[in-house]
Design a protein around this ligand. Structure first.
Ligand SMILES: Nc1ncnc2c1ncn2[C@@H]1O[C@H](COP(=O)(O)OP(=O)(O)OP(=O)(O)O)[C@@H](O)[C@H]1O
Ligand SMILES: [Mg+2]
Length: 484
């Protein structure tokens, strides 16, 4: 960094301890930054009222308030300052509070100066990135189209998904470590990549690593890299995931599967923000944002001694839980449409429609593997159907759904969850009634009279219910016994 560019960076330091204030100030001046200081919250508010800074470093506990109040004030005014909070050691809640308030990053006391310099360098880098692309303060929330596009790809307007999207936007623009949890196939990786796309690192690398897929003896090399000659036959330096993700995001998928020995090394790399490649005498600085994901219950893993508690706290500052499909059934129509569109685009065919009755059936008994399973099912259904068909054949879908749902008994959600109270009883009952009517109709070859008899209904009642629930039937003949 030339002193010229560094000089243009202005930092505000807020701390009531004169010694610490001086220490931070001198450290920053030595890096070539412009520094102003404030002793109290009121003093700090006055400073930011008079001018803009690139970075604000504030102690959490100030004589007349909290550092996070200053951050909230800046956020409310949609200011672009990157805020770093200094909190007392071990107060995880403070870190969470800070991030929720809009902090960029945090440091714990006693502050390690080397780490201090790294965190500030990263905040300055981020502040400059936003300045260089000339975004207005408001646009910091939505930098460019990539972020919005990533959110749009995340289909779903249910309350659960809306909450997920809100959180993505809120936390994207910070260094907050994020843990994405949820059942298999719920869209955890999509959520993580939307966070990346919505951050100022969106233009930087996105490195996704499946921790469970790497052999244990290769983990260290894969994560931290290796110097030439570190192993017999290695003739070149090798970059690790951390180096590859510099300036971007490292996504650690299935973090719960990382062996304990590697967990300590990872913790160190995250804490120190530097790694030592195998065979190298030197550590390398890495400015990387970490997002992790797991379908395991990590708290249980910690309890069982399979996951380090300190690493768990470090990674789990902010948690985003992606809800399973059965808790957001209202997303099914939009999801099916989007997935079919994607599949059709990939295979160059006309986008087929899913028959309403199939949607109803899926809504009643969602697939155990969530969106991934739904996507697989639709893929297979498209492959089985005739080219450029406008609607998927219920007859070809049926066995696929049954097959997928058959796995329910083995991999389905726990009983108490499945019998949870419905949030909309009428809707729930309608869905149940619809599925029963469809079943009876199917079993009688769509003979309404026979189906009515099976259910102890008159034909009139049957017709009424079919009409009320908008059930698609292949024919209108009440007596015809045509194969479907
Ligand atoms: N909300 C969504 N909108 C559109 N597609 C989605 C959505 N959620 C998931 N998908 C699709 O479903 C598939 C599974 O998603 P993803 O890989 O993100 O899930 P995951 O939770 O990481 O799964 P796993 O636990 O198996 O690793 C992907 O093909 C993804 O594109
Ligand atoms: Mg995944």
């Amino acid at each position: 960094m030339t002193s010229n560019t560094a000089n243009s960076v202005q930092i505000l330091v807020v701390d009531d301890e004169p010694d610490l204030r001086t220490l931070y100030e001198l450290t920053l001046l030595r890096e070539g930054f412009g520094v102003e200081t404030a002793e109290t919250l009121a003093d700090a508010l006055q400073h930011v009222g008079e001018r803009h800074f690139d970075v604000v470093i504030t102690d959490m506990r100030l004589p007349d308030g909290l550092g996070v109040d200053l951050i909230r004030h800046l956020r409310a005014q949609q200011r672009r300052e990157r805020c770093v909070v200094i909190t007392a050691y071990g107060s995880a809640e403070n870190a969470v509070e800070s991030f929720k308030g809009g902090a960029f990053d945090y440091l714990t006391k006693p502050v390690d100066l080397q780490q201090f310099r790294r965190v500030i360098a990263s905040a300055v880098h981020d502040a400059k990135a936003s300045r260089n692309i000339g975004v207005a303060a408001r646009d910091v929330e939505f930098p460019g189209n990539a972020g919005e596009a990533a959110l749009a790809r995340l289909v779903g307007e249910s309350d659960g998904m809306r909450l997920v999207k809100e959180r993505i936007v809120r936390v994207a623009h910070s260094m907050a470590p994020i843990m994405v949890t949820g059942e298999s196939g719920t869209g955890k990786e999509m959520v993580a990549s939307a966070i990346h796309a919505n951050s100022h690192r969106g233009g930087g690398p996105w490195i996704a690593v499946n921790c469970s897929a790497i052999p244990e003896n290769l983990l260290e090399t894969e994560f931290f890299g290796a110097k030439k000659g570190a192993y017999t036959g290695s003739s070149q330096d090798r970059e690790g995931f951390f180096q590859a993700a510099r300036g971007g995001t490292l996504f650690l998928d299935e973090i719960g599967d990382l062996p304990l020995a590697m967990q300590s090394k990872l913790l160190r790399a995250i804490q120190e923000r530097c790694v030592r490649p195998i065979g190298s005498p030197q550590e390398e600085q890495v400015d990387v944002r970490i997002i992790s994901a797991t379908h395991k219950d990590l708290a249980t893993e910690v309890h069982a001694g399979r996951f380090r508690q300190d690493l768990y706290y470090r990674l789990n500052v902010i948690q985003i839980v992606v809800p399973p499909l059965r808790q957001r059934r209202e997303d099914l129509p939009a999801l099916c449409a989007a997935l079919l569109r994607r599949i059709a685009l990939e295979s160059g065919i006309t986008v087929p429609r899913l028959p309403t009755m199939m949607l109803d059936q899926l809504a009643l008994d969602p697939l155990p593997g969530n969106v991934r399973e739904l996507e697989n099912l639709l893929h297979r259904a498209v492959a089985l159907s005739e080219e450029n068909q406008l609607q998927l054949e219920p007859s070809s879908l049926q066995p696929l759904i049954r097959e997928a749902a058959g796995m329910n008994s083995r991999t389905g959600p726990p009983e108490d969850d499945r019998t949870a109270l419905p949030s909309d009883l009428q809707r729930y009952l309608d869905n149940a009634e619809r599925a029963i009517l469809i079943k009876a109709l199917r079993e009688t070859g769509f003979n309404r009279t026979a189906a009515a008899a099976r259910l102890g209904l008159s034909l009139r009642q049957m017709r009424y219910r079919i009409a009320r629930l908008h059930i698609d039937t292949p024919n209108n003949g009440d007596g015809a016994n045509e194969p479907f």
